[in-house]
Ligand binder design. Sequence first.
Ligand code: FMN
Length: 178
Amino acid sequence: MDTVTCIKSRRSVRKFTSEKVSRDIIEELVGTAAYAPSWKNTQTTRYIAIESEEIKSKLAAECCAEHNASIINGAPVIIATVIVDKRSGYERDGSFSTVREDNWQAFDNGIATQTFCLAAADKGLGTVIMGLYDIDKAQQILQVPEGQLLMSMVALGYPAEEPTAPKRKTVEDLLTYR
Ligand SMILES: Cc1cc2nc3c(=O)[nH]c(=O)nc-3n(C[C@H](O)[C@H](O)[C@H](O)COP(=O)(O)O)c2cc1C
């Protein structure tokens, strides 16, 4: 698939078949996402692949409202994306490099996560990035290591739906020149 087709045809998929996603594929997607750009090539995004039904059920029951809970329960695997804290956007002495302070670490995580989702779409897999959940509780359940911050949870699986694209803003809405 060419790049523009992949970008435009990727949709957030919220319903999946019961087919498992092999570890070979998960590892290939993470390997592709590793090529995402990052602040000074700090590469601070980490991935936790949650295959355990028990952990998924716990995340769904304890961290999410109904909408995301049903996505998590219905997905064969959830990929939690995690940031190694205090690297992207920081100087070596721990001070912020710019007035955007620690925003750059979420910026890097977002690029890496979208790269992961595009790599998945290229392989015929569906994803949806989820941000609406109790991050503190999920961070505990997933035993995210000290010094790392949980960001999104991405449901991953073979699509059982073909959503139509939500309306996009026009180029005129989005672009100005100076
Ligand atoms: C940071 C972020 C958080 C999101 N959180 C959720 C979420 O919690 N639940 C959900 O169903 N979709 C979530 N989405 C998916 C968006 O709703 C979706 O990307 C948007 O409606 C556009 O649809 P598309 O991805 O099919 O183009 C999130 C997307 C992003 C980028």
